[in-house]
Design a protein around this ligand. Structure first.
Ligand SMILES: NC(=O)c1ccc[n+]([C@@H]2O[C@H](COP(=O)([O-])OP(=O)(O)OC[C@H]3O[C@@H](n4cnc5c(N)ncnc54)[C@H](OP(=O)(O)O)[C@@H]3O)[C@@H](O)[C@H]2O)c1
Length: 292
């Protein structure tokens, strides 16, 4: 039987890094490889049995070596302002096509809960929407996971000792713990060919963004209450500082998108159970200094 070779694209990211370690634990006999444009800083934190490669999914030739013998591909990449389509749409499709040519058996693609509702101006959401559609059209052996906001993004919103929000923060989000999402990715890999399609992955409780920020502020004993910037101010700022645009757009989408309005879906894998209170009590792995 062909040796299992699991490749994770976006290996240095929040989701990719946690998936790498979990995949090596769940499949000790498999070769587990991680790809990102810069993996230099990763090597110190990783088991030496995990293979790391510098690669860029917009440059297919850089994927040839890490894709050798590929059986499973996990795609957890993020674009940047101005490059979402090149990375999260055309780059993802080309990487999937390359893996399919090599006989990949399962592709797990990380999208987002708002992807099916992405407005035309939402660059990241449109790129995700197009890649989802193309993966389905090319009949890729794919499971698309559309996760809600990860609890681990809360520390990323911390600036100078307080959480910074954009907009009203009224919309409810089914906050999801990274460990629950990673568990699902592993279950999808274990299920192999039995599972296909797109699944929205929500945490157990719908809590407004503002309330979650307040809970985090209390649990982390931050000195100041969350700050809220009006959407129109964030939009003006993001015209001057392009890097602010993705986060502004995401908050803008969630001004009008309430996950609590989504229909309840049956999931063919373990239903996420970690609540925000549980996660706040038991700590979190991400560094508060990290920017979104
Ligand atoms: N975090 C959340 O709460 C959340 C929730 C729902 C959905 N998602 C989606 O899940 C995906 C992953 O999210 P994340 O939070 O893990 O992202 P992240 O922490 O920003 O990591 C993104 C990863 O993509 C890699 N990458 C970017 N451009 C690349 C390229 N051209 N070639 C190869 N690798 C590239 C980055 O590494 P280099 O920069 O070194 O290349 C990094 O490893 C995103 O699409 C995100 O929208 C995230």
């Amino acid at each position: 039987m062909k040796k299992r070779v699991i490749v994770i694209l976006g290996a240095s990211g929040l989701i990719g890094k946690a998936t790498l370690t979990a995949a090596k634990t769940a499949f000790p006999e498999a070769t587990v490889r991680g790809i990102a444009r810069n993996t230099a800083t990763l090597a110190g934190d990783m088991s030496p049995t995990i293979e790391l490669f510098d690669g860029d999914l917009t440059q297919p030739e850089t994927l040839q070596e890490p894709f050798a013998g590929i059986t499973d591909l996990v795609i957890a990449v993020s674009g940047q302002a101005g490059s979402f389509d090149r990375i999260e749409h055309t780059g993802v499709i080309e990487a999937a096509r390359q893996a399919m040519t090599l006989g990949v058996r399962k592709i797990v693609h990380i999208s987002g809960s708002s992807t099916p509702f992405a407005p035309p101006w939402f660059e990241a959401g449109q790129a995700k929407y197009k890649s989802e559609k193309a993966l389905m059209q090319m009949r890729a052996p794919v499971v698309i996971l559309r996760p809600s906001w990860l609890m681990e993004t809360l520390p990323r919103m911390e600036r100078n000792g307080r959480i910074s929000l954009i907009g009203s923060g009224k919309s409810r989000v089914h906050w999801l713990a990274l460990q629950d999402l990673v568990q699902i990715i592993i279950e999808v890999l274990q299920a192999g060919g039995k599972l296909n399609g797109a699944y929205t992955v929500l945490g157990p409780e719908a809590i407004s963004i503002a309330t979650a920020a307040e809970k985090y502020t209390v649990a982390r004993q931050l000195a100041a209450k969350p700050a809220r910037m009006p959407v129109f101010v964030a939009r003006i700022l993001s015209m001057m500082v392009r890097e602010l645009r993705p986060v502004t757009d995401l908050f803008r989408v969630f001004e009008n998108f309430d996950e609590a309005s989504l229909p309840e879906a049956r999931l063919p894998f373990t239903v996420p159970a970690t609540t925000l209170d549980m996660w706040l009590k038991h700590g979190h792995a991400d560094s508060p200094a990290k920017q979104p």
